[in-house]
Write a protein that binds this ligand. Structure first.
Ligand code: MN
Ligand code: MN
Length: 466
């Protein structure tokens, strides 16, 4: 029997705000959904460890749901389910709705499918000390020391001299070899360990071990290098010069796994931001929307959203303009009426590093997807900072749909900060707010999220695209 509450307790219950743990409030039925949704996500993660692979994995899921490829100039009509591939590295999955575009606008969800990693240089191959290495230049903001002494897989493409393209993916299958970045043994690491963490492993030390077998010929000087070149030639038809036009990345070779006795969490490489990309994608694939809705899975967020495949590329505007033109609507009017969720991960409160968070405004694990009204650093600099009116509108959408969600800032004031693609969409005159899954150990080779937050993100997107 419930205890009778005092008047003050009752009043507090009516007036005070408190975050809720989604697992605690979910019904048994919903808990099952949370867990089964996570299975599809893990499969998506393992299939897409680079933006190219994530793009292909998204397209495969879209095709299976009856979506077909769109090219500029194609006619469009209400009910059309299409996807637009940008150079194989970003993809926009969209549904044309029945609502009036100029009056009701589009509903956009933008997430990124690139993730921090170790990119191979254009002239990378050398041998020294009985090992053959590839030289690298890391991609995105990493703690360099975290990428040593773990199994790495090599993914990417090589454009050969004749223009043909070889695809490489080694290190994911159970019987594949993997690759490796050396670290110093503690016995000789006294000087290293006394240094600043950002310097204990330097960029030019992130060389990837790719071989150690001498080519059986006394006349050859660089025998280890020749063995590797020989294998690459036989397997992919490439010569050393072909590295010049290659895009190869070393990524953690670990698959996504459940974490914890109770399997509440998922550990994986690249939750940032494939966790939001997958939820955005599946919401557009599964949702039944009267609005025209777009899931924009973009590249290059980790290095500033630059380039032809990053969010700042005109191609996304061009695509929206094409969709408007096909409906005879003015893009200028449509975008003014449009709304966007910029969906990227945020930092989950970590009790092991509590001093960089401000508890009241930190994202708590399993308390649902997290809205960030603003991001930025040092006085919100570089942030979109969404209008209260728009935040109120989105809040009402979530509450109506029973979404368990929270708000947060990334860390305490002046502890650091970060940015997202939100401002680029807002610059188009589209109301935009950040929403995404809280992550532990962000940008590490193996990040941690809660299955409850993943599912809450998906539910939030469904609520946003009615
Ligand atoms: Mn991100
Ligand atoms: Mn990131």
């Amino acid at each position: 029997m419930a205890e009778k509450k005092s008047k003050g307790q009752q009043r507090l219950g009516e007036l005070a705000y408190e975050k809720k743990n989604y697992y605690e409030t979910a019904s048994e039925e919903e808990k099952k959904e949370i867990f089964s949704y996570a299975e599809g996500y893990k499969t998506f993660l393992d299939a897409g460890k680079t933006e190219r692979e994530a793009c292909a994995a998204a397209v495969a899921l879209a095709k299976a749901k009856g979506f077909s490829e769109f090219h500029f100039g194609d006619p469009l009509c209400a009910g059309d389910k299409r996807y637009f591939i940008n150079r194989g590295k970003s993809v926009v999955i969209f549904r044309v709705g029945t609502k009036d575009l100029e009056k009701d606008g589009m509903r956009l969800i933008a997430a990124h499918i690139d993730a921090p990693r170790i990119d191979i240089k254009q002239v990378p191959l050398y041998e020294e000390g009985g090992m053959c290495f590839l030289k690298t230049h890391y991609y995105g903001g990493i703690k360099k020391y975290q990428w040593t002494a773990i199994p790495l897989a090599l993914h990417g493409v090589v454009v050969l001299k004749d223009g043909s393209k070889a695809e490489i993916s080694v290190g994911e299958k159970a019987d594949d070899p993997v690759f490796y970045i050396n670290d110093l043994l503690p016995h000789l690491g006294a000087e290293q360990m006394a240094g600043k963490a950002g310097k204990i492993v330097e960029g030019e030390q992130l060389n990837v071990v790719v071989g150690g077998l001498p080519y059986p010929d006394e006349e050859v000087k660089e025998k280890l290098k020749l063995t590797v070149l020989d294998i690459l030639n036989l397997k992919y038809g490439m010569k050393e010069e072909d590295f010049l036009s290659a895009e190869l990345s070393a990524v953690p070779a670990f698959p996504a796994r459940d974490v914890g006795f109770d399997r509440a969490l998922i550990g994986a490489y690249g939750h940032d931001d494939r966790v939001c990309a997958y939820s955005a994608l599946t919401a557009v694939l599964d949702g039944e929307s009267e609005h025209t809705v777009l899931a924009m899975l973009v590249d290059k967020e980790e290095i500033g959203s630059e380039g032809v495949t990053g969010m700042q590329s005109k191609i996304y505007e061009d695509l929206m303009e094409e969709i408007c033109a096909a409906a005879g609507a003015s893009f200028r009017r449509v975008r003014f009426a449009s709304k966007c969720l910029s969906s990227d991960v945020t930092a989950a409160f970590d009790p092991n590093f509590a001093n960089v968070y401000e508890r009241m405004n930190a994202a708590m694990l399993s308390c649902g997807t997290c809205m960030s009204k603003f991001t930025g650093a040092r006085g919100k600099s570089g942030s979109n900072d969404a209008n209260a009116e728009f935040v109120g509108e989105v809040r009402a959408m979530f509450d109506r749909a029973g979404v368990v969600w929270q708000t947060a800032e990334l860390g305490k004031v002046d502890a650091g900060g970060g940015g997202t693609v939100a401002k680029f969409l807002a610059n188009l005159n589209i109301d935009t707010v950040d929403l995404g899954v809280p992550v532990i150990s962000m940008h590490s080779p193996w990040e941690l999220i809660s299955k409850a937050d993943l599912y809450s993100n998906y539910k939030a997107f469904l609520a946003f695209i009615p």
